[in-house]
Structures are given as structure tokens and as C-alpha cells.
Design a binder for this molecule. Structure first.
Ligand code: SF4
Length: 307
């Protein structure tokens, strides 16, 4: 088999960026000081059960520009001069328009920025904000990243997400009306989710035409309600093999042109409690590739029951 005969198992974000820009692109993550409506009482209190409250910081707005310029300088030192500005922490559309615009202006300070990816919840977006992002969309590739986590409303209740799958679908449809791409975050292994529910989460994203999916495995980090459940023995976590099997099936159900933007969850610093297998990311990716190759699963194959 020659290189060109090989089936691409999945369409990674790196593949997509290489095709789009023809050179190395790296993210510049910014904590712009936004907060979360699932903690301050607007949508809920206590937050999602897996969210570590200790990781909340409130950086000053003035630090936004520094975060960008310092990271850009480091990347340039490694020969990379094309960047995605990534608003990662918390709900980055949860503020009034003036605040959002001001923080964006403080971040868009480097000529190497080609894309702006904005992580948020589906219940804190509206037409006014999308109008603003669509104006940016001419100059940059704008992507709204919405947390779905599960398409099962019962699971969303169990994990205290504070929104429904319908909220996610509405937000994605509205965002597409403004010509803006979307990325969905999905967690496999949530309490309450069956294997069918997990696949339904992927199918919903396919039906809605989201551009990318970020897959996460459920992990337990310190100082979360989930950690209490885990220590009390009330939580089952996926093994690496189980997650690989589910992830492969999920990828198989995606359209070939959708982007697999992430394969695993990430725990900040030393906050991870369990499972520990995900620490070896390279080893995990190798095992996933081996599994998909052996089972003949690839993105778009739509194998319903690979085993
Ligand atoms: S995971 Fe996101 S939406 Fe949930 S509580 Fe944490 S910051 Fe809020």
C-alpha cells in the first residue's frame, strides 16, 4: 500500500490547519476574565459536577494583551508565526457587548492571528453577539465552541449542566445563520449516559452540521462534586480500552469532512485524580490508531456496531 492509498482514519485539527494555511499554526490561549452563569446563579449554582472551582482566576483585562504578546513571542522563537486566538476559560460570551468587544480588542494585537476560537455555553449567546462575531469573521476565521457534553437531557441534569440539548441545537443553528463555524464539546463516560446516548451526541452534531468535535473522556479532578462521588464509590470511569472503542465508533459516525479537534480531556496542573491512563497521550493515540486500523474503522465509515 502506498502513502496515497492509505485511508485517513480521522481528520485532525492539525490536518485541517495544514490544509487551510499551508504552514504550522498554534493556539494562543487567553484567559480574558469571563465567568460562568452556572456558578453565579443565573443558570445554576455549584457548576458542572466535573468542574474544578479552584481553577477559577480573575485576571485583569490589562493582562490580556500581555498573554497574547508573550505567547506569540515564544512561538515566533520556534519559527511559528500563524496563530489561533483561543478564548478558552469559562464562558467567553457571558458579558455585555461592550465588555466582549473591549476584551477582544485587547487580544487582537498580533498580525499573526488568523483565527479566533471562542469557548462558551450554548445558553449565553444571542443575535447581537453573533452579529459582532460575524463582522470579525471576514478578517479572521471565527469559531464558536459550545459545550454539549451529552445529548441526553437526563444526563445533563445529573451533571448539573444547567442547559438542555435543545439549547445547544438552537445555539448552533443560530450561529450558522450568521455564517460562523461551530465546534462541539462532547464527554464520553458521563453518569447516566448509555453507549447509545454517547453516539446520539455525535449524531446530533452531524445533523446540525457542526464543523468540529472535541472529544473528552470523563475524568475526575480535585475539589469537584465528581471527586466526592468517586471517593464514595459512586462513579464508574471508562477504562482506556472502553474509551478507545467508544471514541472509534463516534469518529466512525462523523462525516469525513468534519474535524476531530480533540481526542482526550486534559486536566490542569496536578488536579487529576483519575483515570491515570490518559496521562500518556502519545501512547493513547497509538492505541486508538491500532484499534481503528485493526477493526477497519475510519471517519465516515458509519459502522454502527464495530465489535
Ligand atoms: S465546566 Fe464550564 S459551564 Fe460548567 S461550571 Fe465550569 S466553567 Fe461553568
Amino acid at each position: 500500500m502506498t502513502e496515497s492509498d492509505k485511508i485517513r482514519l480521522f481528520y485532525s485539527l492539525n490536518d485541517y490547519l495544514k490544509e487551510k494555511y499551508g504552514r504550522k499554526v498554534r493556539k494562543i490561549s487567553v484567559d480574558a476574565g469571563f465567568t460562568c452563569p452556572n456558578r453565579d446563579g443565573l443558570k445554576g449554582v455549584g457548576g458542572c459536577v466535573y468542574c474544578n472551582v479552584d481553577s477559577f482566576t480573575t485576571p485583569s483585562e490589562n493582562s490580556i494583551t500581555c498573554q497574547v504578546t508573550e505567547r506569540a513571542e515564544k512561538l515566533r522563537a520556534h519559527g511559528i508565526d500563524t496563530f489561533i486566538l483561543y478564548f478558552q476559560s469559562y464562558s467567553n460570551t457571558y458579558a455585555d457587548m461592550e465588555t466582549i468587544r473591549r476584551r477582544m480588542d485587547k487580544a487582537l494585537v498580533d498580525e499573526g492571528i488568523v483565527s479566533v476560537y471562542i469557548g462558551t455555553r450554548p445558553d449565553v449567546i444571542d443575535a447581537e453577539k453573533l452579529e459582532y462575531y460575524s463582522n470579525l469573521n471576514g478578517k479572521y476565521e471565527v469559531m464558536l465552541e459550545y459545550g454539549l457534553q451529552s445529548a441526553n437531557d437526563n444526563t445533563l441534569k445529573i451533571i448539573n449542566r444547567g442547559h438542555t440539548a435543545a439549547d445547544f441545537a438552537d445555539a448552533v443553528r443560530l450561529t450558522h445563520e450568521y455564517g460562523i463555524k461551530t465546534c462541539a464539546h462532547i464527554i464520553f463516560g458521563l453518569p447516566g449516559d448509555s453507549r447509545e446516548d454517547m453516539m446520539r451526541s455525535v449524531e446530533l452534531c452531524v445533523e446540525l452540521g457542526v464543523h468540529s468535535i472535541k472529544f473528552h473522556h470523563l475524568h475526575v479532578v480535585k475539589n469537584t462534586p465528581l471527586a466526592d462521588w468517586y471517593y464514595r464509590g459512586n462513579l464508574d470511569l471508562l477504562t482506556e480500552d472502553e474509551y478507545i472503542e467508544i471514541l472509534a465508533e463516534g469518529i466512525g459516525r462523523m462525516k469525513p469532512y468534519m474535524v476531530v479537534a480533540r481526542l482526550l480531556g486534559d486536566a490542569a496542573g496536578d488536579t487529576l485524580i483519575a483515570p491515570l491512563w490518559a496521562k500518556n497521550k502519545a501512547g493513547f493515540t497509538q492505541k486508538l490508531i491500532k484499534y481503528m486500523t485493526e477493526k477497519g474503522i475510519y471517519q465516515g465509515c458509519r459502522l454502527d456496531n464495530p465489535l
